[in-house]
Design a protein around this ligand. Structure first.
Ligand code: NAI
Length: 330
């Protein structure tokens, strides 16, 4: 039986993790979940929100499913998510955004994959206060990381039969940093003559995305733009409750939804487990359990088609009712 690390998170994390574990178990696939706690709740006992045991578990098991973990704003510990991605060198953050059945949004033809560089840019955490009235944050862009993520995006496009990889920067202003990212994209693109190239500035991309998202296919972006744009694309398909994600490295992979710990709805049986479930479906494909992945995805689609949806996407089902309906449809 395969062992997979489960970081069940905080906020709504434990509720949606519970739903997803039960759905996977009901599909017939046996997984030995190595449950690892992380975040604010473990700081008092272990002195850190990301104890070494969590990293060790993922290194040994190679694959993890992760629910969201709260990061305090402005002060306190560094984001567990950012630390995890850096420590395991999970350099590619992949966020597919495709319309789901019966979730009405302004557009019905969205099918975009956001490929975000995951290890550097302003998220390198190199910042300091200069004096009481000013602070400085350093944006790090390297050739190694930029070429690696652009190559990943083109290879992803080839593997998934996508037609275009569009690079997103602000190279007109950040001429050296984003300019280097763009230079790397152009170099890597030469190795993929069958995939169409496109270059766009991030502000124009945002405008185009809310006017006509159907024109975009695979997007590749530095870390910060990727973070923001992937929330925008999540909004195009029904919001954070349905937006899946994956952090891929050379040696391991962590699958997690785009959304955070949603403290505003914690413990209310209202959270939508779809984003975590779809992340788990991709995880099953990653470990080559294609039949179970397809079975669970079909049951989810059938449930949505039957009109059973959580509140965030226009329905009235609780997390548990939605979970049970998916299990029924398996
Ligand atoms: P959030 O994504 O937690 O919530 C934003 C809004 O979307 C809220 O109204 C929330 O109720 C709703 N929402 C999110 N997920 C939902 C779901 N599954 N079902 C129904 N509604 C859902 O973003 P926020 O409030 O900015 O962040 C809260 C905390 O989460 C912060 O500490 C942040 O740092 C952390 N965070 C963690 C992430 C991770 O662990 N990967 C990613 C993003 C944020």
């Amino acid at each position: 039986m395969r062992t997979i690390t489960l970081v069940n998170g905080d906020g709504i994390g434990p509720e949606i993790s519970d739903a997803v574990i039960k759905i996977i178990a009901a599909s017939g696939l046996k997984i030995n979940w190595d449950i690892q706690t992380a975040g604010a709740d473990v700081v008092s006992e272990e002195g850190t929100p990301l104890p070494p045991r969590v990293l060790e578990s993922i290194k040994v098991n190679k694959v993890a499913l992760k629910a969201p973990v709260t990061t305090p704003i402005g002060t306190g510990f560094r984001s567990v998510n950012v630390q995890l991605r850096k420590a395991l060198d999970l350099y590619a953050n992949v966020r597919p955004c495709k319309n789901l059945p019966n979730i009405k949004t302004k557009f019905s033809d969205v099918d975009i994959v956001v490929v975000r560089e995951n290890t550097e840019d302003l998220y390198a955490g190199v910042e300091h206060r200069i004096d009481e009235n000013s602070a400085e944050s350093i944006k790090i862009i390297t050739r190694k990381a930029s070429e690696r993520i652009c190559r990943y995006a083109f290879e992803y496009a080839l593997k998934h039969k996508r037609k275009e990889v569009c690079v997103v920067t602000k190279a007109n202003i950040c001429k050296l940093s984003d300019g280097l990212f763009l230079e790397c994209y152009r170099k890597v693109a030469q190795d993929f003559p069958r995939i169409k190239q496109r270059e766009i500035l991030v502000d124009n991309l945002c405008m185009q995305l809310v006017q006509d998202p159907s024109q975009f296919d695979v997007l590749v972006l530095p870390n910060l733009y990727g973070d923001i744009v992937s929330d925008l694309t999540a909004g195009l398909i029904g919001g954070l409750g349905v937006a899946q994600g994956a952090n891929i490295g050379e040696y391991c992979a962590v699958f997690e939804p785009v959304h955070g710990s949603a403290p505003d709805i914690k413990g209310q049986n209202k959270a939508n487990p779809t984003a975590l479930l779809l992340s788990a479906v991709e995880m099953l494909r990653y470990i080559e359990e294609y039949n179970y992945a397809d079975k669970i995805e079909k049951a989810l689609y059938k449930t949505l088609k039957s009109g059973i949806r959580t509140v965030d996407v226009g329905g009235d089902a609780t997390t548990e009712k939605f979970r049970d309906a998916i299990i029924e449809n398996l």
